[in-house]
Design a binder for this molecule. Sequence first.
Ligand SMILES: *[C@@H]1O[C@H](CO)[C@@H](O)[C@H](O)[C@H]1NC(C)=O
Length: 255
Amino acid sequence: MYLLTIFIWVLLVNYMNCDETKYQHAEIRARLSKAKSIRDALVVLKSSGKKGRMALLSPELLKKEQQDIQNTAQQLSRDAHSTIEPRNGGCEPRVICEEVPVDRASNNNMVSFPQCLEVHRCGGCCQEPQFPCVPVRQEPVTFSPLLLISLDDTDRYEVNRPLTIMNHTQCECKCSKTEDQCHREGKTLDSTLCQCIQPRCTPECLISSTCSIVPGSNIPRCACRRRIQGQISNYCSAANQRPNSMCTRCETISG
Ligand SMILES: *[C@@H]1O[C@H](CO)[C@@H](O)[C@H](O)[C@H]1NC(C)=O
């Protein structure tokens, strides 16, 4: 009995550590995705290391480590003609070309000048696929004059109406899942991991029920597969009750 208790305890501690590791990894990924240079990355690595944020980050040490990286890199790229230090692309506004719409149905021999307009759109990589790179600030930009030129008679052209296009000026890696989406699955949103996770009930549910977000409430409840006798649904309507281990009735939570 004693050994069994220790065994369960070890399992539990491992389980909790594993959970904690997941969050540390998610945080390091998120911080690295924002780092622009090798130097920025080193700062993230040093402050997320085992020694924690309290690790002494002297500029000299940082410089030395950068130099070591440079030296190793030089040895590895001896055969290359030249190298440039990479910059992390990250999630930011990038130039794209947006085609000016021309009403081709009326006349196929019309071209617009300019044909394409340069605007910025959010793009790049985020820490993980469930975090798309999206605009958090954008502004309309109006282009004018635009010419509509006839290819049949280049002496003739029209000055077109101005065209307004949205320009993305600030981007962020944002979690694509919402609390509502997770609630529909009976789960809650973990915004650090951007995942719908099984909620925790206190005290924990007994064997035949699962902790779940029930419709119309944000507080997780122990829910059975089927409606519980004497209840209107598959969970206990009273807050101080939970289904018994057979899911046949509700019992009052003691303590
Ligand atoms: C669009 O936004 C970017 C910054 O995100 C800016 O550099 C650029 O000048 C803007 N473009 C126009 C046409 O205003």
